[in-house]
Design a protein around this ligand. Structure first.
Ligand code: NAD
Length: 337
């Protein structure tokens, strides 16, 4: 069987890490017909549109995409294509697993963060208020949170825990201060948690405490479910616990489509130099293989990445090594089979 998958190489280091990732996936023997499309800065240059209709149509028909990082201008400029993709395909669950590959400061981290992906402060409901001559005197960004979406994401986290044999879910919030938006999330979360009593343990904690506990004792966490902004920040923190952004993948899951990507961005500071670590993008591809039902190939790909980094000591610069992106890709592809 051949799977049809949309491939978006992305901006900055995207094309370099995607090239090595495709080689590694192909080495698993799973047959994939990649439909390469562009988005982000590359698409602005080619079509004056960061998210061309042809790219959307490709994802719509294939329902699975592997995406490289996309550059988003800070402040002015076009809206984040990542956010637009999540909203267009209702990719409501952002799943970010992070596990220790190289023991270092922490030796036993194995956390899956499940982030609500379409609502909260990233709903895109924002405006400036003019005061006197200043058109931007006041900035307003609203957090929109619905009971339906809160229940859906918390249920996803519990179902994930059951499917992957996880023991406990932490519901992370800020309901003490944000009594409406975060209060509703906590209320809905506790109600859903009750349905799973006896099957998956759960508890809730305030986001600032969670951020500190993650640094103090990350081994205590298993699955974390939280809202959009908190999930965005905590998942980068969790990446730091396992060796940095170069090692953590993410899946954006909706009811009809799924888009897999590295957690990191386009890293313009090292783009085009062969220094980027393609592991996160490869691990995202392994999540994609799981999603396609190719569990054995996904496990082989993960094992090859771990063996390359930990046992063979082939590491890119961010992990203290000197391997280039391509040399790392060679080493993984050789071990996948
Ligand atoms: P970044 O993740 O691109 O880079 C942060 C730091 O981590 C940099 O020093 C970078 O060199 C390093 N880094 C990141 N990935 C690496 C890798 N694979 N190997 C080695 N080092 C790596 O974050 P940023 O600089 O804040 O953002 C740059 C651009 O990426 C921005 O336009 C931002 O909007 C975008 N971005 C996109 C996504 C996405 O497409 N999913 C996610 C985050 C940021």
């Amino acid at each position: 069987m051949t799977y049809d998958v949309t491939l978006i190489p992305g901006d900055g280091i995207g094309p370099e890490i995607t090239e090595q990732t495709v080689r590694a996936v192909d080495a698993t023997g799973v047959s994939i017909s990649w439909d390469t499309q562009i988005a982000g800065m590359a698409a602005v240059t080619a079509h004056q549109d960061p998210l061309p209709e042809i790219t959307l149509e490709s994802i719509r028909t294939r329902r699975v995409a592997l995406k490289g990082p996309l550059t988003t201008p800070v402040g002015d400029g076009y809206r984040s294509v990542n956010v637009a993709l999540r909203q267009e395909f209702e990719l409501y669950a952002n799943v970010r697993p992070a596990a220790t590959i190289l023991p270092g400061r922490y030796n036993d981290v194995d956390i899956v963060l499940v982030r609500e992906n379409v609502e909260g402060l990233y709903s895109g409901v924002e405006h400036f208020i003019k005061v006197g001559d200043d058109h931007r005197a006041v900035g307003v960004s609203q957090a929109i949170v619905t009971r339906l979406a809160c229940e859906r994401i918390v249920r996803y986290a519990f179902e994930y825990a059951i499917r992957y044999g996880r023991k406990k879910v932490a519901i992370v919030h800020k309901a003490n201060i944000l009594k409406m938006a975060s209060g509703l999330f906590l209320e809905a979360g506790r109600a859903v948690a009750k349905e799973y009593e006896g099957r998956v343990a759960s508890y809730d904690l305030i986001v600032d405490n969670c951020a500190m506990q993650l640094v103090l004792k990350p081994e205590q966490f298993d699955v974390i479910v939280t809202t959009n902004l908190f999930g965005d920040i905590l998942s980068d923190e969790i990446s730091g616990l396992v060796g940095g952004l170069g090692l953590t993948p993410g899946g954006n899951i909706g009811t009809g489509c799924a888009v897999f990507e590295a957690v990191h961005g386009s890293a313009p500071d090292i783009a085009g130099q062969g220094l980027a670590n393609p592991s996160a993008q490869m691990l995202a591809a392994a999540m994609m293989l799981d999603h396609l039902g190719e569990l054995d190939a996904a496990a082989r790909l993960r094992r090859a990445i771990v063996m390359t980094i930990r046992d063979a000591g082939v590491r890119t610069r961010d992990l203290g090594g000197s391997a280039s992106t391509r040399e790392f890709g060679d080493a993984v592809a050789a071990r996948v089979g």
